[in-house]
Design a protein. Structure first.
Ligand SMILES: [Zn+2]
Length: 86
């Protein structure tokens, strides 16, 4: 499920989906801007991006399977809990 490109904000789930493209500079400028805006206010996504970058530094490229099993689900669950905090 995709949010229309005109949507003002990226969701955490979208960010996770776009993270490898972002790091490898494959995102169009508009998407890239939305991505960076999201990072300005979303700490959990910064952590996720860090993890992606660390994977690239280690492997030389993004291989999603290198992330620990279930890590994406764990992160998304953490995002959900984090959003509940006022
Ligand atoms: Zn986020």
């Amino acid at each position: 499920m995709k949010t229309p490109a005109s949507a003002p904000e990226l969701s955490c789930r979208e960010l996770v989906e776009l993270a490898s493209d972002y790091v490898e500079r494959r995102l169009p400028v508009a998407e890239r801007t939305r991505f960076e805006m999201h990072l300005c206010y979303c700490a959990p996504c910064k952590v996720y991006l860090k993890q992606i970058r660390a994977t690239i530094e280690t492997a030389g490229r993004v291989v999603e399977d290198d992330l620990s099993p279930g890590s994406r689900e764990t992160l998304l669950a953490a995002f959900r809990d984090w959003k509940k905090i006022p």
